[in-house]
Design a protein around this ligand. Sequence first.
Ligand code: PLP
Length: 386
Amino acid sequence: MKGDSKDLGFSTRAIHAGQPPDPTTGSVTVPIYQTSTYVHDELGVHRGYEYARVQNPTRQALEANIASLEGGLACHAFASGMSAIATLLTRVKAGEHVVCSRNVYGGTYRFFHQILERYNLSFSWVDSTILDEIEGAMTEQTRLVYVETPTNPMIEVTDIAGAAEIAHRHGAKLAVDNTFMSPYFQQPFEHGADFVIHSTTKFLNGHSDSIGGALVSKSEEDAEWFGFVQKSEGAILSPFDSFLVLRGLKTLVVRMERHEANGRAVAEFLDRHPKVEAVLYPGLPAHPGHETQKRQASGFGAVIAFDVGNQARAKRMLDRLEVLSLAESLGGVETLISHPASMTHASVPAERRAKLGISDGLIRVSVGLEDEKDLLADLERALSAL
Ligand SMILES: *Cc1c(COP(=O)(O)O)cnc(C)c1O
């Protein structure tokens, strides 16, 4: 069976793409090739494997699998989502310019603003939900438009096809951080994106037990460059983590469906709740990105933000939860809830947080796979204290 044939459905590819039975033993599961080097058969003759920073069969299986699921040409897997993003940015050189969603992952903002600006790369931070803002920021030097959709934690939705059209008309490329949707719900290449980024730490691995990242590209030239950077800078995903993400991907489809069913239930519960001031979830018809999301994705995901008014109320509520886990991160089987202003976005200066709408009463929840009734009961118990 050729598991990566484009004719096969998404679920079949999630389980089989890049994973023919192990040639030595027939092992159904791709083994963890925990080795640093490979013996050469004779001088000048090897089997395609020389040194494990460059080639590792477990990592390569994962890379082939994610490339297939995203519909890309190639994927390179890294030690974290941030190192995938760092590799992408090697496509931009000193003196060149990037237009970026103002509301990207905090670590992405920190890396671009505090590190890359020192190397004379420049960034314009725009509200990418408004395509005219992207258009207005484009310059002769712009090489990359970088968006996350939906964003974190304000759950803003960017029109991927619209952003791609603007980027291409100005001779730039479009990168989409697809971490929140996963390829099961959203396929940015179909809408014209040139690069897709994942923090595999989140939904792709899905079990809160690995840190990793992936960079998917669709041209030979980009793929070749990223392979060169990957072996040169060496921020590779380990064989064990590659194995974990491969294992996670096999259940991606059923997990995402359950994540979303629970996510909708939680969003609707919060939306009706008198103690909650505002709920941000693209699945709610009142969400400003609802129509765009429906057009470009097949689901709404499981990440929700809501506002309880102020930090004291947020603390009172969060401290009463028993089933939901108070923790950073998202995309795991367990429901993770956090207070962005003091946790994930604490490194963003208060003034900038205010500008982005990240209020002190804002709470973010990544809905997991527990029983819906237990999640709603836990939230009700905590909210009733307000
Ligand atoms: C977590 C996250 C990242 C960074 O990934 P790491 O694996 O933590 O390095 C990037 N983008 C988004 C949207 C994320 O949620």
